[in-house]
Design a protein around this ligand. Structure first.
Ligand code: TYD
Ligand code: MG
Length: 469
């Protein structure tokens, strides 16, 4: 008897180790969705601390089963790239990879107040002015509030249908009935499934809602945009899982104290990632910035030490940005390093290389670095520009106004090749720069362009000599 009972446990344990009866309480990681029978301090799956929350286990949702399956040869499937729908906002369409793909599920993440709702309302306005009918579902604002915002944006179009609702099943019903050209859900964290007992915003709710909407998008061909909030550490709240379920993930970022906003594709099944769209937030909503280089350089001081310009590739497009550095004598024992818009580890490395290989005694100085305009740059090709800005401030010598510096710095002080050099040089030329300092191996392969002098350098001391000559 005892043996039998023992055997029973083994068998149950082996077959379904984490299965819990429907309705029983379990603990689920808010970050990755890992299930555990006990509360755990650290998630064994994703390593997140204090992420387990109590939830009630529900049975598998039967309604999600797709009953009829058809198998098709790849050559028989119609290509539908020409069916992309354009919103009329050029920057937005470009980030999406050339417009909205039918049946796609797009997640737009960003800090609260950055302009996600504004962007989507403007995009819907563009679609509706072409005669389309679009549906905007808000779980956060009433129809009247959306209308008020819409009037401010000049988005009072007949084709924009508004629904203030949080129940996913009702929303799916409305979408089925209205058959909109595009559906926007603002936001996924407010959505509620009556089949799931936990509160809106919990991982189970978000996952179920996303799943239902995904099935709807794929079956009906209606493209769906999900707006998602971002947690304080920068990830889309709750579901990293959600990023796997959707076709495209866009982040809307920027400094709230600056007017510039950058829409960045971090995942895109229908286009290139790292593509960015630049917007300016104004009185009447978001305006496109078709020439970001001009905007980012517009307030550049003349002949000021500590300012250097580089060409960074943002997706498929080169953008000129101004890197600013300030080196001042430190008042305390440990020098301060305050870095904005750049990777601070990278800056620390470059400062060490400047000290060791170029003989600049920066270790006893406080160093502040910033990228003008509140932009973030994380490309290694910015290295030489960081070094130039720091050196320029340290030496109190301005970098000549018409010079652009591009190159990655290695630990021995060598300047390493970067990608897309021709595009970067031609952007610099377009913006009226006259001299381009580039890695030697790049310079050997570039065609000398008219109107801009391209100088190749192979190490840091050589680069500094060229920059300040
Ligand atoms: P919103 O789209 O509500 O942000 P999110 O949905 O990402 O939370 O944007 C709100 C911010 O944008 C708010 O701080 C005010 C500003 N804003 C403008 O500056 N101009 C405008 O025309 C609009 C509509 C908003
Ligand atoms: Mg909003």
């Amino acid at each position: 008897m005892l043996l039998l009972a023992f055997k029973d446990t083994i068998i149950t344990d082996n077959t379904e180790p984490t299965t819990v009866k429907k309705g029983k309480t379990i603990y689920r990681c808010r970050s990755c969705g890992y299930d555990s029978l006990k509360w755990l301090g650290k998630c064994p799956e994703c390593g997140e601390w204090d992420a387990f929350a109590e939830e009630t286990k529900t049975g598998k949702a039967d309604s999600l089963k797709i009953s009829s399956v058809t198998v098709t040869s790849i050559t028989d499937v119609e290509e539908n790239d020409d069916q992309r729908v354009l919103t009329g906002i050029g920057e937005f369409d470009r980030v999406l990879g050339g417009g909205i793909v039918p049946g796609s599920l797009v997640l737009i993440g960003g800090d609260p107040g950055i302009g996600k709702s504004t962007l989507m309302l403007q995009a819907l306005c563009g679609l509706a002015s072409g005669g389309g009918r679009v549906l905007y579902v808000s779980g956060e604002e009433s129809a009247r509030q959306i209308r008020m915002r819409g009037s401010r944006l000049g988005a009072g179009r007949e084709g924009i249908l508004l629904v203030s609702e949080i129940d996913v099943d009702i929303i799916l019903g409305v979408a089925e009935q209205e058959k909109p050209a595009v559906l926007v859900i603002d936001s996924i964290q407010t959505m509620y499934n009556s089949t799931v007992p936990s509160a809106p915003g919990s991982i189970t709710q978000v996952r179920e809602s996303t799943m239902k909407l995904m099935i709807m998008a794929k079956k009906s061909g209606i493209p769906i945009f999900l707006i998602g909030h971002v947690t304080k550490d920068g990830a889309i709240a709750g579901p990293r899982l959600m990023e796997h379920m959707v076709d495209t993930v866009l982040y809307f970022e920027g400094d709230r104290n600056h007017v510039f906003r950058i829409l960045r594709a971090v995942k895109n099944r229908f286009g290139s990632t790292n593509e960015i769209g630049v917007f300016e937030m104004g009185e009447k909503g978001l305006e496109e910035v078709p020439n970001p280089s001009a905007v980012f350089l517009s307030e550049r001081p003349e002949n000021a030490p500590g300012s250097s310009v580089t060409a960074s590739m943002e997706g498929t497009r080169p953008v000129l940005v101004e890197v600013q550095g300030l080196a001042s004598n430190t008042a305390y024992g440990t020098p301060r390093r305050t870095i904005l818009g750049l990777d601070s580890n990278r800056v620390a490395m470059i400062v060490a290389v400047l000290e060791k290989r170029a003989g600049l005694n920066l270790m006893g100085h406080d160093i502040f670095m910033n990228v003008a305009g509140g932009v973030k740059v994380d490309e290694p090709s910015t290295d030489l520009s960081i070094a130039a800005a720091a050196a320029s401030s340290f030496l109190d010598r301005p970098i000549p106004q018409g010079t652009v510096v591009i190159g990655e710095i290695g630990l021995t002080g060598e300047i390493r090749a970067v990608s897309h050099i021709d595009q970067r040089i031609s952007e610099a030329k377009k913006m009226g720069f006259t001299k381009c300092i580039v890695p030697m191996s790049n310079a050997k392969r570039t065609v000398q362009a008219n109107g801009i002098e391209v100088v190749g350098v192979s190490n840091l001391s050589e680069a500094l000599t060229q920059i300040f000559s």
